[in-house]
Design a protein around this ligand. Structure first.
Ligand code: PDD
Length: 280
């Protein structure tokens, strides 16, 4: 695997960062995960905009111009095998003597890697569990400080579930590493953007695609009771796409099978990817 580190392209096992990097010491940094289909970076302007927003929120100047990001990302994609990949990028506040306040000057660390993206077969559905949302109040920042998300996902995995659905004050927020949709009376609903959820690129695409296809979709609060009585539940992310949840806390969702609305939206998403590959 060829990675990018601070302006250089090199094999992964030759990439080194100092142990005093603030990413390592404080988790002081942000990241993005961008899927690549047919060698093309999926929704790249949206990912770079979200990165810009995250950096702004943590008061870290973007170390690269948009054009420099595009060039570095495209080189990493070209140097790694596979038409479908998952690109990970991370920017930290760089190495400095350990001290909570920002160092002066800041020398950020910029890292990009890419892994093969496994084809997502039409999902037969997964299990999910509900958990209290123990995270902070700036979940809109794509922060590398993911300990709460890690513990929540692990809690799900330990009971044989694929995702933890997070509840804050009686309302559904998102998954440990995904956004959430429910279908109630034929209408797909996803929570509105706020500081309590990550503005998912896949989420936005689903909302956009459903509206374009004249399928009913709304952004609205989802109560825990609505979640538990929903006909369908889906979780969305760049790496897993759109996955139907068929069991929630060991009770079947709807009829316990992937739902009809999910299968329409899944098809639209596959066509969208195929289109991207064909124009590659
Ligand atoms: N995570 N919410 C959280 C907390 C996430 O971590 C993610 C994705 C999403 C979905 O966002 P998107 O559709 O832009 O991937 C929502 C990535 C995949 C990760 O951490 O690996």
């Amino acid at each position: 695997m060829i990675v990018y580190l601070n302006g250089e392209f090199l094999p992964l096992d030759e990439a080194r960062v100092p142990v005093l990097d603030r990413g390592f010491i404080f988790a002081d940094g942000v990241y993005e995960v961008i899927p690549v289909y047919g060698g093309r970076l999926f929704r790249l302007p949206e990912h770079l905009q979200r990165l810009e927003n995250s950096l702004k929120s943590i008061k870290l100047q973007n170390p690269l111009t948009r054009q420099q990001w595009i060039e570095a990302l495209e080189i990493v994609v070209a140097r790694n095998s596979g038409d479908d990949q998952s690109v990970y990028l991370q920017v930290t506040r760089g190495p400095a003597k350990r001290n909570h306040n920002f160092p002066e000057p800041v020398v950020p660390t910029v890292f990009i890697m890419s892994e093969p993206l496994e084809a997502q077969p039409p999902s037969g559905g997964v299990k999910a569990v509900t958990c209290a949302d123990t995270r902070w109040q700036r979940c809109d920042i794509k922060s590398i400080a993911l300990l709460a998300n890690v513990l929540l996902r692990q809690q799900a995995v330990e009971v044989g579930a694929a995702e933890a659905i997070l509840i804050r004050e009686g309302y559904v927020m998102e998954g440990a590493a995904s956004n959430v949709f429910v279908v109630v009376d034929g209408v797909a609903i996803t929570p509105p953007k706020s500081q309590y959820i990550l503005p998912g690129i896949t989420r936005d695409l689903v909302v956009e695609a459903m509206l374009a296809a004249e399928l009913a979709c709304r952004e609205a609060d989802i109560s825990e009771a609505q979640l538990r009585s929903a006909d369908e539940i889906w979780v969305t992310s760049s790496t897993r796409e759109i996955v139907p949840v068929i069991m929630l806390d060991d009770k079947p969702v709807g009829n316990g099978q992937p739902g009809a609305v999910w299968s329409q939206v899944w098809k639209i998403y596959q066509d969208y990817k195929q289109h991207l590959r064909s124009i590659g």
